[in-house]
Design a protein around this ligand. Sequence first.
Ligand code: ATP
Ligand code: MG
Length: 392
Amino acid sequence: MDPRGGLPDGGGRAPGAGAAFVDSAPRCADGGGAVSPGAPIDVRLENVVKRFGDEVIAVDGVSVEIPHGSFFALLGPSGCGKTTTLRMIGGFEEPTEGSIYLGDIDVVGLPPYKRNVNTVFQSYALFPHMTIGENVAFGLERRKVDKKEIKGRVLEILELVDLKGRENGKPKQLSGGQQQRVALARALVNTPRVLLLDEPLGALDLKLRKQMQLELKRIQAEVGITFVHVTHDQEEAMTMADTIAVMNQGKIEQLGTPTELYERPKTTFVANFLGTSNLLDGTVEGPGTVRLADGTLVQVDTAGSSGHVSIGVRPEKVSLGDAHPNTLSGKVKESAYIGVATQVVVTTAVGDVSVFHQNSEAGGLIPAPGDNVTVSWRADSGFVVNKERTLG
Ligand SMILES: Nc1ncnc2c1ncn2[C@@H]1O[C@H](COP(=O)(O)OP(=O)(O)OP(=O)(O)O)[C@@H](O)[C@H]1O
Ligand SMILES: [Mg+2]
């Protein structure tokens, strides 16, 4: 049987890889992901809305295309609609409005078992009375796959998740991370078109979670199946995904590669959700120039921006001293030595500016509160958030 359940590949897609908002140009993944140019679309959401009762709009008009082979992350704070979006793709919830396609098939109304997807949840719920091998074989047994083939595939997939030789043990003999890998194997063995993962590492401690992030990425690259991964942890999303959709209040605020989102966030929300940003209010004066509230002119790439904006610059891109063209003077408010760097907050006429000052020279300058200093950054280190812009 065709492991993709005979779903035809979606054709007619413009060349280019990486998931894209519908109606905008596809973007290239920069994470070295498995997405190949012109890959067919595995998941397509068109203006999907989900209401619960009259009050709650959990998902508020989401349109997105996820090409085959993507490691796609839905990232956002608690309650922003990530799980609801995933559950609608899996068939555990139906949209109030809009369409959902897996390949070319409109799956709205189809029960979960008729969709060529598998889901791995945070609580992985293995069957305790079955062996690890039986747990993994479960889906194939139900589909009446040939016994010999089942055995081969179970051993193969256990090897993939680094649990070779454990097939006769019971789940309770495994650590949390190992159990999570069994849950993953149990889903992957069915070779679904898309694997949905809802905070699958949430129950693990930090060290194991970091290890499993790399494991998951390796496994996804090896099997080449599209992964849609839900997380509220920006570092986790950036570590694993080739494309991230940042969700806020039921909408996708911005979609892009980890680098695009970090280097060129388009909204204040994205700028602050992924890392920390200094945001300074100003007005676009001309191409490449913004006047800050105190009259200071700064250079920045203002393509497509006008009117009132915020200039963003990451703390690690601000230097102490006047080495770069954009400068502000101020007084040190706080200075915290953290070994690898000193975190400095400088009060300027246009607000506080955080500086991540690398301790690269022995005996180098460590500013103290009250010191008068200049901070500076390069024109191409900043980004512009259009205040008038409404997204979604
Ligand atoms: N069955 C339901 N009935 C009513 N409201 C619901 C239901 N499921 C979800 N919601 C609401 O929809 C919104 C989105 O919930 P969802 O579970 O998708 O959030 P999430 O982004 O996954 O959050 P978290 O990170 O906390 O898991 C929330 O306001 C939630 O309270
Ligand atoms: Mg959730």
